[in-house]
Design a protein around this ligand. Structure first.
Ligand SMILES: Nc1ncnc2c1ncn2[C@@H]1O[C@H](COP(=O)(O)OP(=O)(O)OP(=O)(O)O)[C@@H](O)[C@H]1O
Ligand SMILES: [Mg+2]
Length: 266
């Protein structure tokens, strides 16, 4: 975790309380109501785990937060300022420093790491050409500082296909941190990963916190999310049914609670 405090220190501070706030958000897909009366906040330096059964509305909620889907009604605030929903889009969310890391879809497999860092954001020289030397230098710095890969045999010239699943998540998270995201949104970052790889991803999530940012992440594995999250938001049939601080509930009690919810639904 060396370097995390310098990360926090080097980051520009703009005063705000909540990275994202939703008020009375609803989302319909035709007659299906996927989200009902969602009011929640993501603190500026908080790790929030989104949990709930299949179909509870977790992915829909994240898509609304990140501009992928427009809510049917409700209000969205980013850094305490209300967003005009007519304008909200993935691009705007991005411009507002909300970065989403999608499992596997975020990186190009056959490309070296340094190229992956600069997709869509090339550094060009004064002739308008891509400045490869500079990009490699910045990528090497990112590997060391944001991501914390030290002496593990991974360089900026390694291809993504050489990396383990956990390391790939790390690269995608590190890239988001480098671009000064205030909020990093992860949809099931540990799914299909081996135990050792899961540990790495959980460490990357801790780095997000240590660098002063917020993270919202969907996780099915309750033990993992209980371990790293500051707060858990439980969704059930499109609505928030509980907000839990892991210190107030054991993993066993949390599991029991979710089972009860499902039985209630059945
Ligand atoms: N594009 C869509 N069109 C119609 N219905 C949708 C669409 N997307 C989601 N839904 C419905 O909205 C509800 C919530 O789905 P969502 O994908 O948000 O659940 P989830 O909590 O992410 O589930 P999972 O854990 O299985 O990923 C479900 O009933 C789903 O069928
Ligand atoms: Mg989902």
């Amino acid at each position: 975790m060396a370097g995390s405090s310098d990360l926090a220190a080097s980051r520009e501070e703009t005063p705000f309380e909540h990275a994202i706030r939703l008020e009375h958000v609803e989302k319909f897909f035709g007659p299906i109501q996927a989200l009902r009366d969602i009011t929640l906040s993501i603190g500026k330096n908080e790790i929030v785990g989104l949990i709930g059964d299949n179909g509870a509305g977790k992915s829909t909620l994240i898509k609304v937060m990140t501009g992928v889907l427009a809510p049917s009604s409700g209000r969205i605030f980013v850094r305490d300022k209300e967003i005009d929903l007519a304008d909200y889009s993935v691009r705007m969310a991005h411009d507002l420093s909300i970065e989403t890391v999608y499992q596997d879809k975020s990186l190009a497999d056959q490309q070296p790491l340094w190229r992956n860092f600069f997709v869509g954001r090339q550094i060009t020289n004064r002739f308008g050409f891509i400045d490869v030397k500079r990009e490699k230098e910045v990528a090497a710095e990112m590997l060391l500082t944001s991501i914390g890969f030290r002496g593990v045999g991974i360089t900026v010239d390694s291809t993504v296909s050489q990396l383990s699943g956990g390391e790939r998540q790390g690269i995608a998270i590190g890239r988001a941190m480098h671009y000064n995201a205030d909020v990093i949104v992860l949809d099931e970052p540990t799914v299909a990963l081996a135990v050792k790889e899961v540990r790495k991803v959980l460490d990357f999530i801790r780095r997000i916190k240590a660098s002063g940012r917020a993270c919202v992440y969907i996780e099915h594995n309750l033990a993992h999310v209980h371990e790293v999250a500051d707060r858990l938001i439980v969704l059930d049939r499109g609505t928030v049914v509980a907000e839990i601080e892991p210190k107030d509930m054991t993993v066993a009690d949390l599991t029991e609670y979710l089972i009860q919810l499902q039985q209630h639904t059945a």
